[in-house]
Design a protein around this ligand. Structure first.
Ligand SMILES: Cc1cc2nc3c(=O)[nH]c(=O)nc-3n(C[C@H](O)[C@H](O)[C@H](O)COP(=O)(O)OP(=O)(O)OC[C@H]3O[C@@H](n4cnc5c(N)ncnc54)[C@H](O)[C@@H]3O)c2cc1C
Length: 470
């Protein structure tokens, strides 16, 4: 614990739940305030989720986008970080109850509480899909997906039955928002550009890569021009896009989809494929519901708690809620609102302590939005202008590196991008082991039953394979 916390003086205590974009910015905004801040998170790191797909693609190691929280705030003498899972927000007694990694109970009293628990996957009431189509929200999720994608290529190399091989080479991404588009673009790059030279029996360019979207366009929140560009670009990369198409059923080896009717016949089809990735929806952290119940408020359909214009929870000026778990002014669940709300809340707390109660409501400054499609291609909507291709990609890269925490991580990311994307089409982080692959191959969610008889592999001559495209 730091000096101020050890001094025994009872200063104003701020507990911040969640060290993501909202919580970390609130903590940092209190750096020079006369308060003691306890930042509690169930992970020990601040995760830069926008680059998580690059971990899933084997481009970046997780450490570059997930710096340790206690390292990030090490120079902030009035703050400490705790690794614990928050289980109860006791608004009446002004206590946060949490559980340590070994299950020990913790009680954190507060004078001001900031809750920034973020969001989690939503399967729209079909929670059984989680077993077959994992989503990506944490470092573990991204590693799991990376292993699953790499395992699929390994299994295709081992498969002697063409049908089985085709199933291993079929990748289905559900949801064509920015995350789905970024992930599907990476799978296409792996299959068409990175891996073809590495395999002997299997032609990775034969991979079937599908992107399913329930709405009528990819990248829903973006301008039509950028949506069309993205769709055309993905199709050129070999991605099969199905719009107005919903996943209605799944099992270990297939997804059943319902698309537009053709000639009056309902467009239902079962697609066999071993790798399914869920990128279709999010819902607020369960902490939002808990907070709503404790304060007599109702959450919306996405599970978010409505907050006052100053980010406080109705009826409780001492409790702030920010980021993905709140609904405020119809702001989207992206990083900028969470960051700006975090900074704003820090300002409000400082102003209150200085005796100033006249605080302007939170005002959002929209800095635009962007998404990558693949290497050297992105769409960006910023400064009232729209950018595509290499220009969009450069803007995307510049902004994402700028927002990473720490110069070491920024330089490390630039160096890794230069190696993996510019000077060689390689992915430096594609380690899987037999033990790990064995577990994943037998997991019910995406594996096959073990082969009953040993397979004999006749490697096709290398020259038979097609050359990589694009
Ligand atoms: C794959 C992916 C890609 C994205 N890409 C973009 C993008 O390109 N651009 C963009 O603007 N936004 C993007 N987003 C959205 C953006 O990351 C979120 O909007 C942002 O992280 C929200 O910040 P937050 O502070 O509300 O939540 P988070 O950053 O998610 O932080 C929540 C924190 O709370 C902690 N927590 C949750 N529950 C508990 C508990 N019970 N106890 C203790 N700790 C808890 C979590 O561990 C986490 O650290 C992406 C999100 C994902 C998942």
């Amino acid at each position: 614990m730091n000096d101020d916390l050890e001094s025994g003086q009872q200063r104003h205590r701020v507990v911040v739940v969640g060290g993501g974009f909202g919580g970390l910015n609130a903590t940092r905004a209190l750096a020079h305030a006369d308060v003691d801040v306890t930042l509690v998170d169930r992970t020990n790191h601040h995760l830069f989720q926008p680059l998580l797909y690059q971990v899933a693609a084997g481009i970046l190691p997780p450490g570059l986008i997930a710096p340790a929280l206690r390292g990030v705030i090490k120079n902030q003498r009035n703050a400490r970080a705790l690794l614990a899972d928050v289980t109860d927000l006791d608004i009446e007694h002004r206590l946060v109850r949490a559980s340590g990694p070994d299950g020990r109970p913790l009680e954190l009293p507060y004078d001001t509480l900031v809750v920034a628990g973020g969001a989690t996957h939503s399967y729209f009431g079909r929670d059984e899909f989680a077993r077959y189509a994992p989503g990506m929200k944490t470092v573990e999720d991204a590693r799991h997906l990376r292993d699953q994608i790499l395992l699929a290529f390994e299994m295709a190399e081992l498969a002697t039955d063409p049908q089985e091989r085709a199933e291993w080479l079929t990748f289905i991404v559900i949801g064509a928002g920015p995350t789905g588009v970024e992930l599907v673009g990476q799978v296409a790059e792996l299959a068409h550009q990175v891996l073809p030279q590495d395999y002997r029996s299997v032609d990775t360019t034969e991979a079937r890569i599908l992107l399913l979207e329930g709405a009528g366009a990819v990248l829903g929140p973006f301008a039509p021009k950028l949506q069309q560009y993205t769709q055309a670009r993905l199709e050129k990369m070999g991605v099969e896009i199905r719009l107005n198409t919903l996943a209605v059923a799944m099992d270990d080896e297939s997804v059943t989809v319902k698309g537009p009717a053709i000639d009056g016949v309902a467009g239902e089809e079962t697609i066999r494929g071993r790798t399914r990735i869920w990128a279709a929806g999010v819902q607020a952290s369960p902490l939002a519901k808990q907070l709503a119940e404790k304060t007599g408020t109702e959450t919306d359909r996405a599970g978010r708690i409505p907050v006052n214009p100053d980010c406080t929870v109705p009826g409780h000026p001492e409790v702030f809620a920010i980021g993905d778990m709140v609904s405020l002014n119809k702001l989207p669940g992206v990083a900028q609102p969470a960051m700006q709300e975090g900074k704003y809340v820090g300002k409000v707390i400082r102003a209150r302590l200085a005796g100033d109660q006249r605080i302007d409501p939170f005002a959002y400054f929209d800095k635009g939005s962007m998404a990558t499609i693949g290497h050297r291609s992105a769409v960006a909507d910023a400064f009232g202008m729209r950018f595509t291709g290499w220009l969009g990609y450069s803007m995307w890269g510049f902004i994402h590196v700028a927002y990473l925490i720490g110069w070491g991580n920024r330089l490390g990311t630039l160096y890794t991008w230069a190696r993996a994307l510019t000077f060689s089409h390689n992915r430096g982080h594609r380690i899987i082991t037999f033990e790990q692959a064995n577990v994943q191959a037998h997991e019910g969610d995406h594996g096959v039953a073990p082969a009953s008889a040993p397979a004999s592999i006749d490697a096709e001559p290398v020259g038979v394979r097609q050359e990589a495209t694009g």
